[in-house]
Design a protein around this ligand. Structure first.
Ligand code: ATP
Length: 246
């Protein structure tokens, strides 16, 4: 294990419903302080990989049947999502998942359950610093905010647990290009200024490779290519099959 590697996924296999083999030996490593992108088309296995890491597959009848997942040198495969949060790893699920009936601010506060009051006030200011829009909207019911604002709430809530690593699933989904850019700018700022490590799943290869440092491309449950983002951006196959599309 290299000292700067936070998360290591070693050759994992995932099976749904005891029969459907979806991940066929996926390996990746996430360095501390980086933005790592998990790329690939619809159904390639990106969400499944993130859920395998944060142990969220059970509710979908999915199971890691081979390989290992290691965080800071410790096997975390059988750890509950809550225990993983205590270790510093939190997932922001695809589709944003706010509590629609709560205000924006109360949504953010639900992310702070492990913290003391004084820290919470400070962390709320930290989130509002990165998401000034959420400060303006803090008294609004989250269910009535825009898709972009709900994505901000979801990321902001994750930040309230002061994570070391955020697993971010498809942040661009359903958002207008300008908003996608805005979300990625914030991810970049949080990464650079707060030192938060990101592993993000994205179908939008174009934007992801402009913000990530390193990328893995998944196809049908296998990593078919990986490399520094700038190399992938210039790779003819990536250009032809992925960059044209988004
Ligand atoms: P998307 O961007 O659509 O989320 P993805 O790359 O994240 O795509 P996954 O959601 O991980 O892909 O899905 C990978 C494969 O696993 C797909 O073929 C999908 O149909 C299948 N799959 C996902 N969830 C289940 C499930 N609960 N039961 C059976 N098969 C599933």
């Amino acid at each position: 294990t290299k000292t700067d590697t936070l998360l290591e996924v070693n050759n994992i296999e995932v099976i749904y419903n005891h029969v459907i083999l979806v991940l066929k030996g996926v390996s990746l490593s996430v360095p501390k302080g980086g933005i790592t992108a998990l790329l690939g088309g619809n159904g390639a296995g990106k969400t499944t990989t993130l859920k395998a890491i944060s142990n969220l597959l059970h509710s979908e009848r999915g199971e890691v049947t081979k390989g290992s997942i290691v965080y800071r040198g410790e096997r975390v495969q059988d750890m509950s999502p809550a225990d993983l949060v205590k270790k510093g790893v939190i997932q922001v699920m695809e589709g944003r998942h706010c509590f629609g009936h709560l205000t924006v601010e109360d949504n953010l506060l639900t992310g702070a359950y492990t913290r003391t009051d004084r820290e919470v006030a400070k962390d709320l200011e930290m989130v509002y610093h990165y998401f000034p829009r959420l400060k303006e909207r803090r008294k609004s019911q989250a269910g009535y905010t825009s898709g972009g604002e709900q994505q901000m709430v979801a990321i902001g809530r994750a930040l309230m647990s002061r994570p070391e690593t955020i697993l971010l699933d498809e942040p661009s989904m359903g958002l207008a290009p300008q908003l996608v850019e805005q979300i990625f700018e914030i991810v970049k700022a949080v990464n650079e200024k707060e030192g938060v490590t990101f592993l993000l799943a994205e179908q939008n290869t174009n934007v992801a490779l402009r913000y990530a440092h390193y990328g893995y491309i998944l196809e049908s449950g296998r990593v078919v290519m990986d490399g520094p983002a700038k190399d992938l951006r210039e790779n003819p196959d990536v250009k032809e099959f992925y960059l044209g599309m988004s």
